[in-house]
Unconditional design. Structure first.
Length: 275
């Protein structure tokens, strides 16, 4: 993959006062891996430096917003954890998790409001990403999940910290423990999304209208309101993320993780031993 191809995995552009970050890997349903996260980080940086942007839309190209973590061999995370475990591997994995956590926190803390436009699938790492946004809108066919419990690892880049703040402790625990998929109606009922629209076209139109409304407000007032809301929410976040990264690295790799990935790829039921 050339440098230009890599850069295009996530794009940033601005239309008027609306900045648009697009996950642009439709052939992989915008699945995420370290390469994509690094390009996403660069796009967030562009948005931060764009003095004309007053609101950001986060969207995905193709049939899905994001199918979650990239489980293909090109994801270096899986090639690394497939090796015999040793201390240096665990330290490396811990650092990778912390770096990815920081990218998500950077998106969450950007000074202007963010709106996620979600369609198709919003699974795992994709759900963690939209939880960093201020507002979430989706189309009615969208499916949501944290499937990590079924795959043998822990949701670890901020989803377990942010989800309870959005839907409450009970629903967050259900979503994390079951690993099940649920639909847009359920997502709206538990306040995971602000609104549901009949199709992607309507979602894009209504999302744009909301962005234009926000961008039309005095930007200092809007940004000030966001800063106050963030300050109130984030006490203790770093400590929680640190523990999350440490706890996640304790169980990676495991036999169950490798079995879960193999079963997923082979479309069969996994056989797990708690090891």
């Amino acid at each position: 993959m050339t440098k230009s191809d890599t850069e295009n995995l996530v794009t940033y552009q601005r239309d008027g006062h609306i900045g648009i970050i697009t996950l642009n890997r439709p052939g992989k349903r915008n699945a995420l891996n370290p390469v994509v996260w690094n390009v996403l980080n660069a796009a967030i940086g562009q948005a931060e430096e764009d003095g004309e942007a007053r609101v950001i839309l986060l969207r995905g190209e193709g049939k899905s917003f994001c199918a979650g973590l990239d489980l293909s061999p090109e994801n270096e995370l899986f090639s690394a954890v497939g090796k015999a475990p040793d201390a240096s591997q665990k330290v490396w994995f811990f650092k990778e998790v912390r770096k990815t956590q920081d990218i998500h926190t950077r998106l969450e803390r950007i000074s202007i409001p963010t709106i996620a436009l979600i369609h198709g699938h919003c699974l795992g790492a994709g759900l963690e990403l939209v939880l960093c946004c201020d507002i979430r809108l989706c189309s009615q066919e969208t499916l949501f999940a944290f499937p990590e419990a079924k795959l043998g690892f822990i949701t670890d880049v901020g989803g377990l910290q942010r989800l309870p703040r959005v839907v409450g402790k009970g629903y967050a625990r259900e979503i994390a423990f079951r690993g099940h998929r649920f639909d847009a109606r359920r997502a709206q009922a538990i306040n995971l999304v602000n609104d549901v629209f009949p199709d992607k076209e309507t979602l894009d139109i209504k999302g744009r209208e909301m962005a234009e409304e926000i961008a039309g407000n005095p930007p200092l007032a809007v940004q000030g309101a966001k800063e106050v809301l963030l300050f109130d929410e984030e006490a203790g976040l770093e400590e929680s993320l640190e523990y999350n990264a440490a706890r996640s690295s304790m169980i990676v790799p495991s036999e169950d993780l490798l079995e879960a990935v193999s079963a997923y790829i082979q479309k069969r039921k996994g056989e797990f031993k708690g090891a």
